[in-house]
Every structure is written in C-alpha cells, then in structure tokens.
Design a binder for this molecule. Structure first.
Ligand code: FMN
Length: 393
C-alpha cells in the first residue's frame, strides 16, 4: 500500500523505489487528489517580508530553496484573509488579485523545477494582530499605524496589546466568507493544499480555548459552541474548493494551562473537523496564552499527533523538535503521524530532507543541474567514511 487517503488513518506499509524498500518517511503519500513524493514537510514559517500583503522575491527565493531541499510538501507561512487579519504589516495576504498573481509566480516556479507540492496556511490573527515582526519583540504592538483588532472576547493578549473588540455574529460570518474567498484565490494561485490556521492563539484558535473565549452566546461556553466558528470557517472553505483539494487544519492541542484547552478536547475537535471534511490535523500546541509554559523538547508534540490519529481516525502531521532522520522515520513507523514537518532545523539546513535521505540510505534524486554536485556529495561521504576506516559501501 502506498498512499493513505484523506480522512482515514491506517497503518503505513513500506513502499519501494527501483525495487529497494524505502524508509517510511520517504514513501509517497496522498490526500484527496494530491500525491506527495514523500512525507517530509517544511512547516509554515512567518517571514514578515511583505508590503501590502504582496509576496515577492524573498518568498520566491525562500520557498523555492525549501522546495529544492527535497521535502514532499512546503507550506507557505500564515497568509491573511484581509488587511485587518494580519499579524504584522509584513504578513502576506490572499485578499486581492495582485497577491494571487504574485503567489502564482512562486507556485509555478516550484512546480516547474521541483517535485515538491506547495501549500498555503490561511488565517486571521485575531487578538494577536497589529503587532511587530518577531525580531522586534514577541507579539509587541506596532509603534504606530495600529489597526483595530477583534476576538471572541474583549481580552487583550497582554497588558501591552490593544483590547480587541468582541466579534459579532455578522463579523464571524464575514470572516468565514473571507476565508472561503482566500481559499478560492489559493486555488487560482496554484497551491496544492490549504492549511487552516486554527492554532497558536490566532482568531480561530482563540475561539477554541476557554481561556480566550468567554462568550455567553452560541459561540462560547461548551466545546460544541466554541467549535461553531471553526466549523463555519472549515465548511465555507471546503465548499469553495474542488473535492480533489486537500484542506488541513493546524491545532494547538493543549493550552498547557490548568483550565485551558486539553488534548482530550483536541481529539473531539479533530473528530468534528474530520466529519466536516478536514483531511489532516497538524498537531501543534501552545502560544494561546502568554502564561502558557509548554514542556518542549525532542519530538515534544508527537504524542498529540499519535493520539488524534488513533482516536479520531484522521491523518495527522507531527511537528516540533523533529531534528533527526531517525525521529522522522520513527514517527511514521510508530503510526504517530502520516507526515512530519520540520521548522527551525529546515531554516538551519535547507537541504535537511536530502541529508536525511542519505542518512536513511535512500538518497532523493538531485535536480539535474545539481546531479554532478550530488555525485561530489556522495564521494565526499565515501571519502569521509574511508578516512574513518569504515568500509566503502
Ligand atoms: C520563524 C518562525 C516562524 C513561524 N511561523 C509560523 C507560521 O506562520 N504559522 C505556523 O503555524 N507556525 C509557525 N511557526 C511554527 C513552526 O511552523 C513550527 O510549528 C515550530 O517551529 C515547531 O517546529 P520546529 O521545532 O521544527 O521548529 C514558526 C516558527 C518559526 C521558527
């Protein structure tokens, strides 16, 4: 068996390339109509390099570089559904034709020159909006030019941040429609997959957490009520794209705070999202409250992915502290996740997937103009091994 279809999580069987059994994390996978050459993913990472939401040469270079790196899927950073939905003035958007065309140039280049698939993460910043890029302080408000923000409840992210306006039912319907419009633009822009940003304390995530959602109407209170807006967004998006297009969602599977959103809640949410047409859950956590103190370490969020995959019967993507080829292989082999995303380690080494494929004994094919370089790389490894007195193989 090779691919696992969307909405089902089943045991991964080894695949083969040229008769050799492939490592599981390098075996193909598919969601709906989209096939991925392998299960390695470059996680979305905000660049804050746009003006007016326009991706430019930086994004073409950054995403192109990561697509050449060998991962089966590269996901573009949180891309906002309106100007007010941005985290920072440097965030990209998918709310107008110019942005759609700018993204198209990038996805066309990725498709023309690499086997990678390219996805986009769509989101709304909610109460974490109107802030500075990360390198000027975490969630720090802009020095000037702030825009009004909204959230489930008028609770600021911190004392330094604006008090958000409580979103009305009309606001929520309009924002769900903006997500749907962004999804249609994502399709026109040539993306292969849409990841909905339902994590990290941004708007949809802040509806799920009882710490940030204190509403007393039908959008707050019970988990079923807190799920109403996320489901509105998902359904609006799902209805706006063809059946063949995978739609996934990233969740913060724990607030890491007493009385907050729990991994048990995450399983229930995953089941509801699955039933509404979500194809895969990206199991992240935290960043939902400034008091959150996660226990981070190697592969620290993988148990969330494993639980959701087993208990909600939906495909999952693991992310967080995955820094070694053995981590990626172990995660898929243990059936904890169908895909494995890497963030910071990919920034450190954009060739990580190629290096890992060598370490796992199944080198990914090099792009043609690099094939000679790849030959050199292999010779380097062989010479290095020889120098260590290890047998040539
Ligand atoms: C610079 C940077 C920007 C990030 N931006 C996003 C983002 O736009 N959307 C998102 O869901 N996660 C974002 N993340 C989180 C990563 O996608 C990933 O989940 C996290 O870094 C944990 O994986 P890692 O341990 O492999 O880095 C970002 C992380 C970094 C380091």
């Amino acid at each position: 068996m090779l691919p696992v279809a969307g909405n089902t999580a089943s045991v991964v069987q080894p695949a083969s390339r040229n008769g050799d059994t492939l490592p599981l994390c390098l075996s193909p996978f598919s969601l709906r109509g989209v096939a991925f050459a392998n299960r390695l993913v470059v996680s979305p990472m905000a660049q804050y390099m746009c003006t007016d939401g326009m991706p430019g040469d930086w994004h073409a270079t950054h995403l192109g570089m990561h697509a050449l790196g060998g991962a089966g899927l590269v996901v573009a950073e949180m891309t906002c559904v309106s100007p007010e939905a941005r985290i920072t003035p440097g965030c990209p958007g998918l709310w107008n034709d110019a942005q759609t065309a700018a993204w198209r140039r990038i996805t066309d280049a990725v498709h023309a020159h690499t086997p990678a698939r390219i996805g986009v993460q769509i989101g709304h910043a909610g109460r974490k909006g109107s802030t500075r890029p990360l390198w000027e302080g975490f969630s720090k408000p802009l020095a000037e030019g702030n825009w009004p923000i909204l959230a489930p409840s008028p609770i600021p992210w911190s004392e330094a941040n604006q008090v958000p306006r409580e979103a009305t039912a009309e606001d929520l319907a309009a924002i769900a429609a903006q997500h749907a419009a962004a999804a249609r633009r994502a399709l026109l822009a040539g993306f292969d997959l849409i990841e909905l940003h339902f994590a990290h304390g941004y708007l949809v995530s802040s509806f799920l957490s009882p710490l940030s959602n204190r509403r007393v109407d039908g959008f707050g209170g019970s988990l079923a009520n807190r799920l109403r807006f996320p489901l509105m967004v998902l359904r609006a998006v799902r209805a706006s794209v063809p059946d063949a297009m995978p739609v996934t969602a990233r969740l913060s599977c724990s607030d890491w705070i007493e009385g907050g959103f729990t991994p048990d809640d995450a399983v229930q949410v995953a089941i509801a999202l699955r039933d509404a047409g979500c194809d895969l859950i990206v199991a992240s956590s935290g960043q939902t409250d400034p008091q959150s103190r996660p226990t981070a370490g190697a592969m620290w969020q993988v148990p969330f992915a494993g639980r959701i995959r087993a208990e909600a019967a939906v495909a999952t993507m693991a992310v967080g502290g995955v820094t070694e080829p053995s981590h990626a292989e172990g995660i898929v082999a243990e059936d904890a996740a169908d895909m494995v995303a890497v963030g910071r380690a990919a920034l450190y080494d954009p060739w990580w997937a190629r290096h890992w494929s060598h370490a796992l004994g199944a080198p990914l094919p090099w792009p043609l103009p690099y094939a000679y370089g790849g030959h050199f790389a292999r010779r380097h490894v062989l010479v290095h091994r020889h120098a260590e007195g290890r047998p040539r193989s």
